[in-house]
Design a protein around this ligand. Structure first.
Ligand code: NZQ
Ligand code: ZN
Length: 384
């Protein structure tokens, strides 16, 4: 059954080559704009110059140096700048990390206590600064959603928050901006998108045909274009389809009315927080473990994915389930992402500290709430 839902997504998308030029129409004319970006890729690939040209006539301040897996500590000086310069609009130019940091800044500007409580206690201010984004790395879907993930270096925590206050006003999606991405980031983006889709899809078969077919469409696009992006980096059609797929995988739509299971992301965040593994790479390790742990609950959907996405039709039911799981893991490997902890030089000794964190949180993850700390120990042990 499609479960009852209420849904709206207010983000305006400017898609296509040269779409950056459209941002001036979407920012209030007298705005004092804070341009937020990362470690400097936008200087090398010409995106900075395009943005500055589009912002001619606006009063623009800049804050750079937001790193991958953005940290609270690197956001705090920007909060001071926002107060000091009376910023009233943020423009985030970069990948998921820069955009998530900007969402945090937009909200934390109005925090009346420690801004980390937005993450640690879900204590949200009642308003946020308006902001827009220019996406340079398709992966997270953050450009069209209400989520953000921030880390705290001091405690090695990585936590998410979610509130409609942090939907961007607009996002620019120009596929040509992604030509300069290192192959590793392209591959990460494809796998992150794949796992966002499966976490809203690989649960139960429940007559949710519209969402299922959307999800399968996204997965098919990834399987078709992902490997092509590695071979032909500057193909507009390849980059455009991957970019639009990543937005759709996590703009809220495919998750409406369906049963979800975000266990893989929750476990993966710990591998990034404690061991610095890229976000998507943690998912490639964890997802095969979660699927095998929850096999009984997920079996029918795994078979459906196997047939519709990977074309697996022959063999007994068990053989087709196994072939489907192998096809999924092989796809990650084909994209160049290893799928075992040992591929990163990690062994079983890393598991107890992670289990302890989940014990303290008392979370029950998975579509049936069966994935507790003990289950996470089983899942990770199988992924060494
Ligand atoms: O910092 P710069 O110099 O810009 O370099 C970045 C960074 O080093 C580089 N890059 C980005 N665009 C480029 C480019 N290099 C060359 N050409 C370009 N066009 O790529 C590197 C990685 O960037 P990052 O933003 O960290 O990657 P990604 O977009 O994968 O974001 C990952 C973060 O998003 C969170 C992850 O946990 C992680 O912190 N996520 C956010 C979600 C959300 N808000 O909805 C959902 C996701 O599941 C995810 O958790
Ligand atoms: Zn993700």
């Amino acid at each position: 059954m499609i479960q009852p839902f209420s849904f709206s997504n207010p983000v305006t998308i400017h898609f296509g080559e040269q779409a950056i030029a459209k941002i001036s129409q979407s920012i209030p004319q007298k705005a004092r704009v804070l341009l937020v970006y990362g470690g400097g890729s936008i200087h090398k690939n010409g995106v900075y110059a395009q943005v500055k040209k589009a912002l001619e006539g606006f009063q623009v301040f800049e804050y750079s140096g937001i790193g991958a897996n953005p940290e609270l500590e690197s956001c705090l000086p920007a909060l001071e700048l926002i107060q000091k310069e009376r910023i009233d609009f943020i423009l985030a130019v970069g990948g998921g990390s820069v955009i998530d940091a900007s969402k945090f800044l937009a909200l934390a500007t109005f925090a009346d206590s420690d801004p980390w409580e937005i993450l640690s206690k879900a204590k949200y201010p009642t308003r946020a600064l308006p902001f827009g984004t220019v996406l340079t790395l398709p992966a997270t879907g953050t450009e069209m959603n209400d989520r953000s993930v921030i880390s705290k270096a001091e405690t090695q925590e990585k936590l998410a928050f979610r509130t409609p206050l942090v939907y961007p006003q607009f996002s620019v999606l120009d596929p040509t901006l992604t030509y300069s991405l290192p192959i590793r980031q392209v591959a990460n983006g494809v796998v992150d998108t794949f796992v966002h889709t499966t976490e809203q899809y690989l649960t139960v078969v429940a007559a949710t045909d519209i969402q299922d077919r959307f999800a399968e469409g996204i997965l098919q696009v990834l399987v078709q274009y992902g490997p092509q992006a590695l071979e032909t980096p500057e193909s507009y059609d390849v980059r455009a389809n991957l970019m639009w797929a990543s937005t759709w995988a996590l703009n809220g739509w495919i998750g409406q009315g369906v049963v979800e299971d975000w266990a893989t992301h929750s476990i993966g965040h710990e591998l990034t927080a404690l061991h610095g593994i890229d976000h998507a790479r943690t998912l490639a390790i964890v997802l095969p473990g979660v699927l095998r742990f929850s096999l009984e609950a997920k079996k029918a959907k795994i078979l459906q994915m196997g047939e519709r996405v990977f074309g697996i039709q022959n063999g007994t039911e068990n053989e087709r389930v196994e072939a489907s799981l192998q096809a999924l893991e092989s796809f990650f490997q084909r994209m160049g992402l290893p799928t075992r902890l040992s591929d990163y030089g990690l062994d079983a000794t890393i598991i107890p500290p992670i289990v302890k964190r989940f014990e303290a949180r008392k979370w029950k993850l998975g579509e049936q709430g069966r994935i507790d700390a003990k289950a996470i120990e089983t899942i990770l042990t199988a992924r060494v």
